[in-house]
Design a protein around this ligand. Sequence first.
Ligand SMILES: [Zn+2]
Ligand SMILES: [Zn+2]
Length: 293
Amino acid sequence: MLGTGAAFVDPDRAQSGILVTLDNGRHYLFDCGAGITRNMVRANVSPADVTAVFLTHMHHDHICDFPLFVITGWMWDRPDAPVVIGPRGTQHFVSHLFEGGAFKSDFEARSSYPRRQKNLQAVRPKVIEASPGVAYEDEHVRIVCDWVEHIPRDISECFGVRLEAEGKAVAFSGDTAACESMVKLAKDADLLIHECTFPESFIEHRRKTGVGTFAHTSPTELGQIAARAGVKRLVPTHFGHFESTHPLIRKVATHHFPVEQMGPHLMDEVVRDIRRHYQGPMQIASDLLRIDV
Ligand SMILES: [Zn+2]
Ligand SMILES: [Zn+2]
Protein backbone atom coordinates (compact mmCIF):
# COMPACT_ATOMS: atom_id res chain seq x y z
CA MET A 1 0.00 0.00 0.00
CA LEU A 2 1.83 3.13 -1.20
CA GLY A 3 -0.93 5.55 -0.25
CA THR A 4 -4.03 5.04 1.85
CA GLY A 5 -5.50 8.54 2.27
CA ALA A 6 -8.06 10.57 0.35
CA ALA A 7 -8.52 14.05 -1.12
CA PHE A 8 -6.81 16.21 1.54
CA VAL A 9 -3.05 16.44 1.76
CA ASP A 10 -2.59 14.53 4.99
CA PRO A 11 0.65 14.38 7.00
CA ASP A 12 -0.19 10.80 8.05
CA ARG A 13 -1.16 9.26 4.71
CA ALA A 14 -0.23 9.69 1.05
CA GLN A 15 -3.19 9.76 -1.34
CA SER A 16 -4.35 6.72 -3.31
CA GLY A 17 -1.84 4.23 -4.69
CA ILE A 18 -1.32 0.46 -4.64
CA LEU A 19 1.66 -1.35 -6.07
CA VAL A 20 1.24 -5.00 -7.04
CA THR A 21 4.51 -6.88 -7.42
CA LEU A 22 4.53 -10.35 -8.94
CA ASP A 23 6.90 -13.14 -7.91
CA ASN A 24 8.85 -12.49 -11.11
CA GLY A 25 9.49 -8.89 -9.99
CA ARG A 26 7.10 -7.16 -12.39
CA HIS A 27 5.29 -4.17 -10.93
CA TYR A 28 1.80 -2.82 -11.68
CA LEU A 29 0.55 0.41 -10.12
CA PHE A 30 -3.06 1.24 -9.34
CA ASP A 31 -3.68 4.98 -8.91
CA CYS A 32 -1.05 7.64 -8.45
CA GLY A 33 -2.15 10.33 -5.97
CA ALA A 34 0.12 12.74 -4.09
CA GLY A 35 3.05 11.04 -2.38
CA ILE A 36 2.91 7.79 -4.34
CA THR A 37 6.15 8.21 -6.28
CA ARG A 38 8.06 9.04 -3.11
CA ASN A 39 6.56 6.14 -1.19
CA MET A 40 7.39 3.84 -4.11
CA VAL A 41 11.03 4.82 -3.75
CA ARG A 42 10.78 4.35 0.02
CA ALA A 43 9.55 0.81 -0.77
CA ASN A 44 12.72 0.37 -2.84
CA VAL A 45 10.92 0.21 -6.19
CA SER A 46 11.99 2.44 -9.07
CA PRO A 47 9.26 4.18 -11.08
CA ALA A 48 11.35 3.17 -14.11
CA ASP A 49 10.54 -0.48 -13.38
CA VAL A 50 6.73 -0.25 -13.29
CA THR A 51 5.17 -1.92 -16.33
CA ALA A 52 1.70 -0.35 -16.27
CA VAL A 53 -0.38 2.14 -14.32
CA PHE A 54 -4.13 1.86 -13.94
CA LEU A 55 -5.91 5.11 -13.04
CA THR A 56 -9.32 4.27 -11.58
CA HIS A 57 -10.80 7.75 -12.09
CA MET A 58 -9.75 11.32 -12.65
CA HIS A 59 -10.10 12.75 -9.12
CA HIS A 60 -6.84 14.48 -8.21
CA ASP A 61 -6.11 12.17 -5.26
CA HIS A 62 -5.77 9.30 -7.76
CA ILE A 63 -3.73 10.98 -10.52
CA CYS A 64 -1.83 14.05 -9.34
CA ASP A 65 1.53 12.27 -8.81
CA PHE A 66 1.39 10.76 -12.30
CA PRO A 67 3.59 13.47 -13.94
CA LEU A 68 6.25 12.96 -11.25
CA PHE A 69 6.07 9.20 -11.72
CA VAL A 70 6.64 9.54 -15.49
CA ILE A 71 9.37 12.19 -15.33
CA THR A 72 11.22 10.22 -12.64
CA GLY A 73 11.12 7.11 -14.84
CA TRP A 74 12.54 9.18 -17.70
CA MET A 75 15.38 10.55 -15.54
CA TRP A 76 16.10 7.08 -14.21
CA ASP A 77 16.69 5.65 -17.69
CA ARG A 78 13.43 3.88 -18.26
CA PRO A 79 13.99 2.39 -21.74
CA ASP A 80 10.35 2.10 -22.79
CA ALA A 81 6.99 3.89 -22.65
CA PRO A 82 4.90 3.20 -19.55
CA VAL A 83 1.43 1.85 -20.25
CA VAL A 84 -1.39 3.90 -18.74
CA ILE A 85 -4.87 2.47 -18.50
CA GLY A 86 -7.76 4.64 -17.37
CA PRO A 87 -11.20 5.98 -18.07
CA ARG A 88 -12.23 8.16 -20.99
CA GLY A 89 -10.23 11.40 -20.59
CA THR A 90 -6.97 9.65 -19.75
CA GLN A 91 -5.57 10.46 -23.21
CA HIS A 92 -6.52 14.13 -22.77
CA PHE A 93 -4.86 14.20 -19.33
CA VAL A 94 -1.65 12.55 -20.54
CA SER A 95 -1.44 14.60 -23.76
CA HIS A 96 -1.42 17.84 -21.78
CA LEU A 97 1.45 16.97 -19.45
CA PHE A 98 4.79 16.58 -21.16
CA GLU A 99 5.72 17.72 -24.69
CA GLY A 100 3.69 20.90 -25.26
CA GLY A 101 1.87 20.41 -21.97
CA ALA A 102 2.07 21.64 -18.38
CA PHE A 103 5.66 20.38 -18.03
CA LYS A 104 6.74 21.71 -21.44
CA SER A 105 9.65 23.75 -20.01
CA ASP A 106 10.90 20.81 -17.98
CA PHE A 107 10.66 18.64 -21.09
CA GLU A 108 12.53 21.16 -23.24
CA ALA A 109 15.28 21.70 -20.67
CA ARG A 110 15.80 18.07 -19.84
CA SER A 111 15.54 16.74 -23.38
CA SER A 112 18.47 18.91 -24.43
CA TYR A 113 20.76 16.37 -22.75
CA PRO A 114 21.94 13.58 -25.07
CA ARG A 115 21.26 10.94 -22.44
CA ARG A 116 17.64 12.06 -22.05
CA GLN A 117 17.14 12.08 -25.80
CA LYS A 118 17.93 8.38 -25.75
CA ASN A 119 14.77 7.49 -23.85
CA LEU A 120 12.21 10.10 -24.92
CA GLN A 121 9.70 7.27 -25.20
CA ALA A 122 9.65 7.20 -21.38
CA VAL A 123 7.64 10.47 -21.45
CA ARG A 124 5.34 9.24 -24.19
CA PRO A 125 3.03 6.91 -22.26
CA LYS A 126 0.96 4.41 -24.20
CA VAL A 127 -2.63 5.19 -23.24
CA ILE A 128 -5.42 2.65 -23.12
CA GLU A 129 -8.86 4.13 -22.45
CA ALA A 130 -10.63 1.17 -20.93
CA SER A 131 -14.19 -0.06 -21.19
CA PRO A 132 -15.79 -2.56 -18.83
CA GLY A 133 -14.23 -5.98 -19.44
CA VAL A 134 -10.60 -6.92 -19.98
CA ALA A 135 -8.71 -3.63 -19.84
CA TYR A 136 -5.17 -4.95 -20.11
CA GLU A 137 -3.44 -8.24 -20.61
CA ASP A 138 0.15 -9.33 -20.99
CA GLU A 139 1.87 -12.68 -20.52
CA HIS A 140 1.90 -12.13 -16.75
CA VAL A 141 -1.39 -10.49 -15.74
CA ARG A 142 -4.95 -9.92 -16.77
CA ILE A 143 -6.74 -6.79 -15.54
CA VAL A 144 -10.53 -6.70 -15.73
CA CYS A 145 -12.48 -3.55 -14.88
CA ASP A 146 -16.07 -2.45 -14.47
CA TRP A 147 -17.87 0.79 -13.73
CA VAL A 148 -18.41 1.65 -10.10
CA GLU A 149 -20.60 4.41 -8.66
CA HIS A 150 -18.75 7.55 -7.58
CA ILE A 151 -18.86 10.49 -10.02
CA PRO A 152 -21.53 11.07 -12.69
CA ARG A 153 -20.29 9.01 -15.64
CA ASP A 154 -20.46 11.94 -18.10
CA ILE A 155 -17.88 13.78 -15.93
CA SER A 156 -15.59 10.82 -15.26
CA GLU A 157 -16.02 7.11 -15.54
CA CYS A 158 -14.88 5.41 -12.34
CA PHE A 159 -13.52 1.91 -12.44
CA GLY A 160 -13.11 -0.93 -9.99
CA VAL A 161 -10.55 -3.54 -11.05
CA ARG A 162 -9.60 -7.16 -10.67
CA LEU A 163 -6.04 -8.27 -11.33
CA GLU A 164 -5.37 -11.95 -11.97
CA ALA A 165 -1.84 -13.30 -11.93
CA GLU A 166 -0.01 -16.42 -10.75
CA GLY A 167 -3.33 -18.15 -10.06
CA LYS A 168 -4.39 -15.41 -7.62
CA ALA A 169 -6.88 -12.57 -7.81
CA VAL A 170 -6.71 -9.12 -6.23
CA ALA A 171 -9.61 -6.68 -6.51
CA PHE A 172 -9.47 -2.93 -5.92
CA SER A 173 -12.52 -0.68 -5.72
CA GLY A 174 -11.11 2.71 -6.61
CA ASP A 175 -13.66 5.13 -5.10
CA THR A 176 -17.29 4.05 -5.04
CA ALA A 177 -20.55 3.85 -3.21
CA ALA A 178 -21.50 0.27 -2.41
CA CYS A 179 -22.21 -1.38 -5.76
CA GLU A 180 -22.88 -4.79 -7.30
CA SER A 181 -20.00 -4.51 -9.74
CA MET A 182 -17.53 -4.68 -6.82
CA VAL A 183 -19.18 -7.85 -5.52
CA LYS A 184 -18.64 -9.37 -8.96
CA LEU A 185 -15.08 -8.10 -9.43
CA ALA A 186 -14.12 -9.34 -5.96
CA LYS A 187 -15.82 -12.73 -6.27
CA ASP A 188 -13.67 -15.30 -4.38
CA ALA A 189 -10.67 -12.96 -4.59
CA ASP A 190 -7.59 -13.71 -2.52
CA LEU A 191 -7.51 -10.05 -1.55
CA LEU A 192 -10.02 -7.22 -1.75
CA ILE A 193 -8.64 -3.72 -1.28
CA HIS A 194 -11.70 -1.53 -0.92
CA GLU A 195 -12.30 2.10 -0.17
CA CYS A 196 -13.73 2.89 3.25
CA THR A 197 -13.57 6.66 3.14
CA PHE A 198 -15.85 7.64 6.01
CA PRO A 199 -17.53 6.13 9.05
CA GLU A 200 -21.33 5.98 8.90
CA SER A 201 -21.80 9.25 10.80
CA PHE A 202 -19.57 11.20 8.42
CA ILE A 203 -21.41 9.94 5.33
CA GLU A 204 -24.66 11.05 6.95
CA HIS A 205 -23.18 14.49 7.77
CA ARG A 206 -22.06 14.98 4.17
CA ARG A 207 -25.39 13.81 2.82
CA LYS A 208 -27.13 16.49 4.92
CA THR A 209 -24.69 19.38 4.37
CA GLY A 210 -23.94 18.87 0.65
CA VAL A 211 -20.27 19.82 1.21
CA GLY A 212 -18.89 17.17 -1.12
CA THR A 213 -19.47 13.72 -2.47
CA PHE A 214 -20.82 11.06 -0.18
CA ALA A 215 -20.68 8.45 -2.94
CA HIS A 216 -18.46 6.27 -0.81
CA THR A 217 -18.91 2.88 0.81
CA SER A 218 -19.83 2.81 4.48
CA PRO A 219 -18.07 0.29 6.75
CA THR A 220 -21.28 -1.71 7.20
CA GLU A 221 -21.76 -1.89 3.43
CA LEU A 222 -18.12 -2.87 2.98
CA GLY A 223 -18.59 -5.80 5.36
CA GLN A 224 -21.57 -6.91 3.30
CA ILE A 225 -19.64 -6.66 0.02
CA ALA A 226 -16.66 -8.62 1.37
CA ALA A 227 -18.93 -11.32 2.81
CA ARG A 228 -21.06 -11.63 -0.32
CA ALA A 229 -18.00 -11.79 -2.58
CA GLY A 230 -16.43 -14.42 -0.30
CA VAL A 231 -13.03 -12.73 -0.31
CA LYS A 232 -10.17 -14.43 1.50
CA ARG A 233 -8.72 -11.19 2.88
CA LEU A 234 -9.95 -7.61 3.17
CA VAL A 235 -7.90 -4.43 3.31
CA PRO A 236 -9.98 -1.28 3.83
CA THR A 237 -8.24 1.87 2.54
CA HIS A 238 -8.75 5.46 1.25
CA PHE A 239 -9.44 6.87 4.69
CA GLY A 240 -10.94 10.35 4.59
CA HIS A 241 -8.97 11.98 7.41
CA PHE A 242 -11.62 11.22 10.03
CA GLU A 243 -9.03 9.77 12.42
CA SER A 244 -6.64 12.74 12.15
CA THR A 245 -5.37 14.51 15.25
CA HIS A 246 -3.30 16.94 13.19
CA PRO A 247 -4.25 20.56 14.07
CA LEU A 248 -4.23 21.85 10.49
CA ILE A 249 -6.31 18.95 9.16
CA ARG A 250 -8.81 19.48 11.97
CA LYS A 251 -8.94 23.20 11.20
CA VAL A 252 -9.53 22.84 7.46
CA ALA A 253 -12.01 20.03 8.07
CA THR A 254 -14.48 22.43 9.71
CA HIS A 255 -16.65 22.76 6.63
CA HIS A 256 -16.19 19.15 5.53
CA PHE A 257 -16.71 16.90 8.52
CA PRO A 258 -18.18 16.93 12.03
CA VAL A 259 -14.79 17.93 13.50
CA GLU A 260 -15.83 17.41 17.12
CA GLN A 261 -16.22 13.69 16.32
CA MET A 262 -12.82 13.27 14.62
CA GLY A 263 -10.12 11.10 16.17
CA PRO A 264 -8.40 7.70 16.12
CA HIS A 265 -11.27 6.10 18.07
CA LEU A 266 -13.35 6.24 14.88
CA MET A 267 -11.19 3.50 13.37
CA ASP A 268 -12.52 1.17 16.09
CA GLU A 269 -16.02 2.10 15.02
CA VAL A 270 -15.13 1.41 11.37
CA VAL A 271 -13.77 -2.05 12.23
CA ARG A 272 -16.80 -2.84 14.38
CA ASP A 273 -19.17 -1.90 11.54
CA ILE A 274 -17.25 -3.96 8.94
CA ARG A 275 -17.31 -6.91 11.37
CA ARG A 276 -21.11 -6.85 11.50
CA HIS A 277 -21.03 -8.81 8.24
CA TYR A 278 -17.45 -9.89 7.45
CA GLN A 279 -15.48 -12.15 9.77
CA GLY A 280 -12.53 -13.11 7.56
CA PRO A 281 -8.93 -11.89 7.79
CA MET A 282 -8.66 -8.10 7.63
CA GLN A 283 -5.89 -5.55 7.83
CA ILE A 284 -6.51 -1.80 8.07
CA ALA A 285 -4.35 -0.16 5.40
CA SER A 286 -1.47 2.10 6.32
CA ASP A 287 1.16 3.58 4.03
CA LEU A 288 3.90 1.10 3.11
CA LEU A 289 1.93 -1.87 4.46
CA ARG A 290 3.01 -4.95 2.51
CA ILE A 291 0.52 -7.77 2.04
CA ASP A 292 1.74 -11.10 0.74
CA VAL A 293 -0.97 -12.92 -1.21
ZN1 LIG B 1 -10.32 9.37 -3.80
ZN1 LIG C 1 -12.73 9.98 -6.02
